[in-house]
Unconditional design. Sequence first.
Length: 212
Amino acid sequence: MIVVGLTGNYGMGKSTVSGMFRELGAVTMDTDAIVGELLKEPEVIGEIKNAMGENVISDNAVNRQLLADIIFESPSLRISLEDILHPRVFKKIDEKLSEVSQLDSEAVVIIEVPLLFERSYQNRFDRIITVFTSEETALQHLLKKGITEVNALIRLKSQFPIEMKISRADYRIDNSGRLDSTREQVANIYGELAALARGGVRGVSGNIHGNN
């Protein structure tokens, strides 16, 4: 089994690329989806209330839009939220990886991790893929999702420059052009990853158990 971190900046197409890997046979995991599950847990809701204030909780549920607005305006609060969520996210990933390894020892596992480099999670993975577009293209994608231009720019600026993520990745996927071009890049990378998984990759067993 090979465990791959898939990253990139907001609006650059990580989910699209993840779906392409899934179509080819990879096991995919979305940390944002896991966070969505965690935000429904009473213990997590209580910790967020203590850290962020009562305003972010309504009818015993987290107001995700308000929470997003707060953390993107306050780096310290964003880190506090990440410290609440990320250890739990990786615990759930560990559980899922254990299940996958029992079913298929040669699986290619692709895990979407938006803040992989920002939180120094790179050593958890056997390989890293960075998906990239121009910032203008990313901005347009975010606007189509209903995010205001001001908030979209704040989100983009809250992450490391995409050039740094490109330089530190094992594989890069240029998602600026036609989907056929992206799909071809994904297929080529998947072929290499599948071969690595079949042949065994040094350090492949348990890298996800790194520091929280």
